[in-house]
Design a binder for this molecule. Structure first.
Ligand SMILES: *[C@@H]1O[C@H](CO)[C@@H](O)[C@H](O)[C@H]1NC(C)=O
Ligand SMILES: *[C@@H]1O[C@H](CO)[C@@H](O)[C@H](O)[C@H]1NC(C)=O
Ligand SMILES: *[C@@H]1O[C@H](CO)[C@@H](O)[C@H](O)[C@H]1NC(C)=O
Length: 283
């Protein structure tokens, strides 16, 4: 059995992240503004879920520290969102195989593939010979928003990704980069360090990868809220876009307000509150 496991590691090259499944994000609440996770009716309320079997709260721990938080949907096998703090960015992309979360599986299930409760590297490879090969693994907490190499590595877990159409390389990538520079100049805490709270999520669709396990989200959204010590105000900005094939790689995504994003999300989830209890209405 051990031999089998080791050879599977060699064959599939997957490694695992040491995460903690938690009841209420209590161990990693500092990735949320005011330690308040969003309110998403029926999915996350008062930091807990009505459907604990389906929605898993993950404190993403890597190399002995919590790096970010994810609310993961084991049915669609993509995150509802990942939450992180942006404090500046590391230049580069680490070379690291995609990781899975051993805690989402029983020990036995983790040895077999595909995994029962999460996406497995093979789910994405299954696309290759087929006709959906425009799809890539899109990060929620993106590598280019990580402050250091180890945090950047921690983002390479399949519980922090969803299948993205070519917009991942086009307008979504551009949004990640422009949001990063907006945060660099607008988000300063009282000691004048870069400091922002970011949530990035996906709206699931009724389409799946070809093996019928992993959902291809219909859209992606991202929003940040931060204090600007230069103006002594709270600032925020939201973006969302359809996850689609982009012919024009010059497409850009328009910045919007938190309220507009919440209104957009209302169609899927009902009345959501992304930064619960803080007025992040500016920008
Ligand atoms: C995103 O854009 C940057 C800058 O143009 C580029 O270096 C990077 O390779 C792009 N990333 C993806 C995933 O396309
Ligand atoms: C300000 O941000 C830095 C990181 O950029 C952090 O280390 C520090 O604790 C923050 N200070 C406050 C008062 O939030
Ligand atoms: C995949 O990309 C090609 C162009 O490279 C495009 O013509 C095609 O429509 C795309 N397929 C899907 C399913 O989006």
């Amino acid at each position: 059995m051990r031999f089998l496991f080791v050879s599977m590691l060699l064959v599939f090259g997957f490694s695992s992240i040491k995460t903690e499944l938690v009841d209420s994000f209590n161990k990693c609440s500092d990735f949320f503004l005011n330690e308040q996770p969003p309110v998403i009716p029926g999915i996350l309320e008062n930091s807990i879920s009505r459907d604990n079997n389906r929605y898993k709260r993950i404190c993403q721990k890597y190399q002995n520290a919590y790096r970010f938080a994810t609310l993961y949907d084991t049915q669609t096998k993509i995150p509802v969102f990942s939450a992180y703090r942006y404090t500046g960015s590391y230049k580069g992309r680490p070379h690291i195989p995609w990781m899975i979360e051993p805690q989402l599986e029983t020990y036995d299930a983790a040895m077999r593939q595909p995994c029962v409760n999460q996406a497995f590297p093979g789910d994405y490879w299954a696309q290759k010979p087929m006709n959906q090969d425009n799809l890539t693994r899109g990060h929620f907490f993106p590598n280019c928003h990580a402050a250091d190499r180890v945090t950047a590595e921690s983002t390479f877990t399949l519980t922090n990704t969803a299948p993205h159409e070519s917009f991942n390389k086009g307008s979504w990538n551009k949004t990640e980069i422009t949001v990063r520079s907006t945060m660099n100049s607008h988000c300063r805490n009282k000691s004048d360090h870069i400091w922002a709270f970011v949530l990035t999520g996906a709206v699931p669709s009724n389409k799946n990868l070809l093996n019928k396990r992993v959902n291809i989200p219909s859209s992606m959204w991202t929003v940040f809220c931060c204090y600007n010590s230069k103006t002594s105000t709270w600032e925020s900005q939201a973006h969302w876009a359809n996850n689609k094939y982009e012919k024009n790689t010059e497409n850009t995504i328009k910045p919007r307000s938190v309220e507009e994003l919440q209104k957009f999300m209302e169609k899927t989830y009902g009345s959501v509150s992304l930064f619960h209890g803080v007025d992040c209405s500016k920008i």
